[in-house]
Ligand binder design. Structure first.
Ligand SMILES: [Zn+2]
Length: 291
């Protein structure tokens, strides 16, 4: 299921996402392996309970950040198995293929238990140890209760919040596999579109994924054990529909909405808003109305 570590990944600065390229550059780390790339931190880590959650929810932003040259990490908390149509080996292969499509520097899977994922010390230490090892500036996790789907999703939110706090703990390095404390600057939520409650966050923003939505969908397509043709068609409709709704609010064709647990701070309002272009709706492509 887990390939041995190879070598620290070089900084990704080019738009490369062929399968061979990423197999060569990406590391798979088992939970018991020791530090391999602490010297070169990740810029950002995305985490979710099951292989396919990240791709469905955040795949457009993950691919976009990779294209922009950032070192991106994906952390799956469980194997996602058992499922009705999957098995461990197949799901791991699909997970690997999806990470290749998105092009991340590191994709790692913890050995927490699918279907029984619960916030608690063991899960917090497992996620925090990964964060201390790879030292990202930003941590992104899904948010919201999903009573129509797995309860693991909401537990993963709680684990992510706690692990971000745990990662800065001093004096307890032995509880984190000997890694040093690391403070993560920012926690970012990816609210689930089908969450039970409508949550009002201090800040929401939309990432333009117009140029990466095809790769996001291609990554989800890797999970054939989860989505046969009929189910995949429905998932693709869900992805496109939500991405269109999210994107249109910010003037993009497709977007992914994220949230912050605090107001967004800036010391430079011009830089904050400077490169955000909002085209007039239905213009200028539409012909002018005839007199
Ligand atoms: Zn899931």
């Amino acid at each position: 299921m887990v390939q041995p570590a190879t070598h620290p990944c070089p900084q990704r600065v080019t738009h490369l996402y062929s399968t061979d390229e990423h197999h060569h550059q990406r590391e798979w780390l088992s939970t018991t392996e020791k530090i391999v790339s602490e010297a070169e931190p990740l810029d950002i880590v995305f985490t979710a309970p099951h292989p396919d959650d990240l791709e469905i929810g955040m795949g457009g932003t993950i691919a976009k950040l990779v294209d922009q040259g950032y070192r991106v990490g994906m952390l799956h908390m469980t194997s996602g198995e058992p499922t009705p149509r999957g098995d461990l080996k197949t799901r791991a292969t699909e997970r690997d293929q999806a990470a290749d499509v998105l092009g991340v520097a590191i994709c790692h899977q913890l050995e927490l238990t699918n279907r029984e994922l619960m916030d608690g010390p063991a899960a917090r230490y497992a996620v925090a140890t990964f964060l201390r090892r790879h030292r990202p500036k930003i941590l992104v996790g899904m948010a919201g209760r999903t009573p129509g789907a797995s309860p693991d999703h909401y537990q993963a939110q709680l684990i992510t919040e706690a692990a971000r706090f745990y990662s800065q703990f001093t004096k307890w390095d032995d509880r984190f596999d000997g890694t040093s404390p690391h403070r993560i600057d920012h926690l970012v939520y990816r609210p689930v579109p089908v969450a039970a409650e409508i949550t009002h966050y201090h800040t929401t923003f939309v990432v333009d994924i117009t140029d990466t939505i095809q790769r996001k969908i291609k990554a989800v397509h890797c999970y054939k054990s989860q989505f046969d043709e009929t189910r995949m068609a429905r998932v693709e409709q869900y992805i496109r529909g939500n991405a269109s709704a999210d994107g249109s609010k910010a003037g993009f064709e497709y977007g992914e909405t994220y949230a912050l647990p605090r107001p967004l701070g800036t010391s430079n309002l011009i830089n904050l808003l400077g490169d955000w272009k909002i085209p007039p709706p239905f213009d200028p492509q539409d012909p002018p109305p005839s007199p």
